[in-house]
Design a protein around this ligand. Sequence first.
Ligand SMILES: [Zn+2]
Length: 72
Amino acid sequence: MDVKRMIRTSGKPVGKNDIEGQPVCEVLCQGCRKKIRSDSDLRRVGYVKTKSGRDLFFHTDCMSEVWKQGVF
Ligand SMILES: [Zn+2]
């Protein structure tokens, strides 16, 4: 799963390019509500698509918080 590509697809451009020359986009972690940028360390970022078709991003550390909200 390519989280970086998903962030670029559904995120908001921040107006910068990353080291690959690709536009940097950001999304909100659904657990802590902090920003996740496509040029940050994405090894600890997860992504799901809900039944209603929404794209959700979260830090893996925040997953239990996301789970509690019942958004899946
Ligand atoms: Zn988080």
